[in-house]
Ligand binder design. Structure first.
Ligand SMILES: [Zn+2]
Length: 430
């Protein structure tokens, strides 16, 4: 199939990400329209939320799709619903060895340099960096910070020693993309979320200074936050601690923009792993208080709404939803392996596939739908199905045809989930 892309060329002005943006992954490229419908609802409520269709190399590899398909689906939805605001296509979590297939279709690049964290930087580079930014060795007076921090020379050497190499890697990746696309034609995110330990506000400041030093016009930065961001389920951790760190990160970013010549719209990107409902309210309050923007990425939450829609449709749709659960149950080790650090499934809490075979549509959807107040809600089943999209991908045409057959129920669930459980609590409030 000939895929044609249209980019809005901005020769003089860099392509700029709006203040509020939301990453709507769409694994099977079927939900762009109901996803966009949720953004239209937000717009009608007075809040501009820019949709970003994100899909990682890992997801493309598992589904067997090509990056161009994301743009084709997004553009079809944009034209059908007459969306006149910007939208973007995010090459999510790309690295130097995986970026090239995303050059044509994406206008947003998430440079994943988490693997380079801790890799020793060249000793001369490190020394030169510490010398150039000697002002960091001080009690840094960041306005608005909850907990001021003082950094010594050895702190800065340690932090720069840990992150400089990763930022240099981001620089190489950024320049590679810029050489192929032109530097003002895409949005850059630097992501360090898929790593073991969270970054403190002091570390975030040093990282941002290094990003500025490297000449990367990052518009979003994805640190690793405190707590567990498991796939498909709510935040697990100390919400008060998260709130404090989040507020400090906002203060650090505002400070770094003013002092280190970073893009004025630089903002945090939260790789939510979907559905971090309990931190949405602290985030909303912080944004209201500071006027800061935010990017929140989700992906799998939409695929789970597809499953809910299939089940709700009953008959063959419900049968297929059960079939997918059964196969996911049988292949749990294989499905969980790529996501080992971001799921916590208690296998004893999973219903057997024989049991699920007997379920009604309501039993299936109540167990799966992310409604923590519902007694039948089962976070173990939800996490397993969250990583189980490979099973649906293997069903190929059968799955995709079933999506078409059950479209009304799926579309309703996709829109409702995005708007009522995500956009409204994050940007509008209850
Ligand atoms: Zn991520």
């Amino acid at each position: 199939m000939l895929e044609r892309y249209r980019f809005i060329k901005t020769m003089s002005k860099p392509l700029t990400l709006g203040k509020y943006s939301f990453g709507v992954g769409d694994r099977f490229a079927h939900q762009a329209k109901p996803q966009l419908q949720a953004c239209l609802q937000a717009a009608a409520a007075g809040i501009d939320v820019i949709p970003v269709w994100n899909k990682s190399y890992r997801e493309h590899a598992i589904v067997g799709s090509k990056p161009g398909s994301v743009r084709v689906a997004a553009e079809a939805a944009v034209s059908e619903l007459q969306w006149t605001r910007p939208f973007h296509v995010d090459a999510d979590h790309i690295r130097i060895d995986t970026v090239d297939s995303f050059i044509e279709a994406s206008d947003f690049y998430t440079l994943d340099v988490a693997d380079a964290i801790g890799r020793p930087a060249d000793a001369r580079d490190l020394q030169a960096f510490v010398d150039r930014y000697a002002e960091l060795i001080a009690r840094v007076n960041v306005p608005g910070i909850v907990e001021p921090f003082a950094t010594t020379q050895s702190d800065i050497e340690r932090i720069a020693g840990k992150y400089l190499s990763a930022v240099q890697e981001a620089g190489r990746l950024y320049r590679h993309i810029a050489s192929l696309k032109g530097e003002d034609s895409f949005i850059t995110e630097v992501s360090m979320d898929e790593t073991d330990s969270p970054q403190t506000p002091a570390e975030l400041l040093v990282i941002l200074v290094a990003i500025s030093d490297e000449g990367i016009p990052a518009q979003t930065i994805a640190p690793k936050f405190t707590g567990r961001f498991n796939k498909g389920v709510d935040y697990v951790g100390d919400i008060k601690q998260f709130e404090k760190e989040f507020n400090d990160d906002l203060a650090v970013i505002a400070y770094a923009i003013a002092k280190y010549d970073l893009p004025a719209n630089l903002k945090l990107s939260i790789h939510s792993g979907s559905d971090k409902f309990s931190i949405y309210e602290p985030i909303r309050k912080a944004l209201a208080r500071t006027g800061a923007g935010i990017h929140v990425k989700t992906a799998g939450t939409n695929w789970l709404e597809e499953l809910i829609g299939l089940a709700e449709s009953g008959g063959p749709g419900l049968a297929m939803a059960k079939e997918i659960y059964g196969k996911a149950y049988d292949n749990i080790d294989d499905l969980c392996a790529p996501y080992a650090t971001v799921i916590d499934i208690d296998r004893a809490g999973l219903p057997s596939k024989e049991e699920v075979q007997q379920w009604t549509a309501a039993q299936f959807t109540n167990a799966l739908r992310h409604n923590p107040g519902c007694e039948a809600y089962n976070p173990n089943l939800r996490q397993l199905l969250h990583v189980g999209y490979k099973v649906a991908a293997k069903l190929g045409e059968r799955y995709v045809n079933m999506l078409d057959a059950c479209e009304p129920a799926i579309a309703k669930n996709v829109t409702e989930n995005l708007y009522e459980r995500h956009l409204q609590p994050l940007f509008i409030g209850r």
